[in-house]
Write a protein that binds this ligand. Structure first.
Ligand code: ARG
Length: 456
């Protein structure tokens, strides 16, 4: 029998039970539901709304239920709809009359909003930790291979030589901002809905400050209608996950490219690659591909919730129950992806000679030549033009840039000297980019040290 059955004379149709239940998925909120209920019961006793003895029995009963659920001894029941009523009904079964006092001054509307915020806070911290582990693995990789040079790409075309560690650190920065976003969102998550009741507050003298302190909420939601009617804490968190997934996906794409025969820039451990059922020679980067592929469903969950919320009149509507499955799946997906990618990256080895060979193409140093001219007074546009002419000349004559003689170079670049011929060296090129944020070994070493210290 539903806990709200008083005004009904017919039982709920079984189709409706199946259609409206959420216990099959919101059961995972149980630790947060129990945590919230314990705080609520203690507050009710402090305010003399229920007796201290009842509160004690309620708290002990809830602890017993927590233990039962954790031990797999709890039968979740579809007729009881959701996690809130499953736990409350079981509580009253266990402790009798006192259990029927728990829901005083509370609605499932402020209860579910509270559970979700406790859950979001918990998962925010878990995602933060997973991102930190990923950053550390990237920094460790950079530290293990600090001098490896590879071509940097724009438009997936060779651009300029960079340190492999510099490339990795770009991702460390992205994941660092993802963590900043999570931390910022956490401030808005960490606000208490309880006390809002179904919509308008309560006639009972509830102490919301006390409940907030008990649950570690830093603030109290000021407007009861907003407290039960909004889901932007979820949406913001899903946005953070979507951005994280996008960053992982780009890293995954780099891995897929680097692992291809054409690049052959890296090796990956056997435990993190897979074979083909048909082609015996295959070793595929499936982990990276799946990481890239799973991004779609994370975006999808964000879009789904935005769409669910967009037309809802204030305040709570049952539509909002649809907020959970996508959220849970996004959390599971992102956390498993982070853990698997991190473990895979720990097996990554750069193939230095392949990277160095690709980076030694003298065309990658064309900018160095233009900037050499700038340092000697040529306006950049003019320098760019002269070097461009030289590149064109070499292409026409089938020469690499470092195969032309000084005289040939001077036809396009009148002020070139013998020193220019020495610029076509990737090591020299990398070392020359010695400014804050640049790829020079000293700069990169400083960035690695910065992150290593920060990630401790
Ligand atoms: N299972 C519901 C949900 O997730 C809990 C809130 C139900 N409130 C209500 N008035 N039916 O949204």
């Amino acid at each position: 029998m539903a806990l709200w059955s008083g005004r009904f004379s017919e039982a709920t149709d079984s189709l409706v039970s199946r259609f409206s239940e959420s216990i099959s998925f919101d059961r995972r909120l149980y630790p947060f539901d129990i945590q919230g209920s314990k705080a609520h019961a203690r507050m009710l006793a402090r305010q003399n709304i229920i007796s201290q003895a009842d509160a004690d029995v309620i708290v002990a009963g809830l602890d017993g239920i927590l233990a039962d659920i954790e031990a797999g001894r709890f039968d979740f029941c579809e007729e009881l709809e959701d996690i809130h009523m499953n736990i409350e009904a079981r509580l009253t079964e266990r402790i009798g009359q006192a259990g029927a006092r728990l829901h005083t001054g509370r609605s499932r509307n402020d209860q579910v909003a509270t559970d979700e915020r406790l859950y979001l806070r918990h998962e925010t911290d878990a995602c933060d930790e997973a991102l930190r582990a990923l950053q550390r693995t990237l920094v460790d990789l950079g530290m293990a291979w600090p001098n490896v040079i590879m071509p940097g790409f724009t438009h997936l075309q060779h651009a300029q030589p960079v340190l492999f560690a510099h490339h990795l650190l770009a991702y460390v920065e992205m994941f660092g901002r993802d963590r900043e976003r999570l931390a910022d969102g956490r401030r808005r998550i960490n606000r208490l809905p309880l006390g809002a009741g179904a919509i308008a507050g309560s006639t009972l003298p509830l102490d919301r400050e006390f409940v907030a302190a008990e649950l570690g909420f830093e603030e109290i939601l000021r407007n009861s209608m907003d407290a039960v009617g909004d889901r932007d804490a979820l949406i913001e968190f899903l946005s953070c996950l979507a951005i994280i997934a996008m960053h992982i996906s780009r890293l995954a794409e780099d891995i897929v490219l680097w692992f291809s025969q054409e690049f052959a820039f890296i090796e990956l451990g056997d435990a993190f690659t897979t074979g083909s059922s048909l082609m015996p020679q295959k070793k595929n980067p499936d982990v990276a591909e799946l990481a890239r592929g799973k991004t779609g469903r994370v975006y999808g969950h964000l879009m789904a919730l935005l769409t669910t919320m967009k037309g809802l009149p204030l305040t709570y509507n049952r539509d909002m129950q649809e907020d959970k499955e996508g959220l849970f799946d996004a959390v599971d997906t992102v956390q498993l992806t982070l853990a698997t990618m991190t473990a895979m990256l720990a097996t990554l080895k750069p193939r230095q000679e392949r990277m160095a060979a690709a980076a030694s193409d003298p065309a990658l140093m064309a900018t160095d030549l233009a900037e050499w001219l700038v340092r000697r007074g040529t306006p950049f546009r003019e320098a760019h033009h002269q070097v461009g002419r030289f590149v064109g000349f070499c292409a026409e004559h089938g020469l690499a840039l470092n195969q032309a003689t000084l005289e040939q170079m001077q036809q396009s670049i009148p002020s070139a000297t013998a020193e220019c011929l020495e610029l076509f060296d990737a090591q020299r090129s990398v070392e020359a980019r010695n400014l804050l944020g640049g790829t020079a070994p000293g700069q990169v070493a400083r960035q690695l040290a910065f992150w290593q210290q920060r990630l401790q």
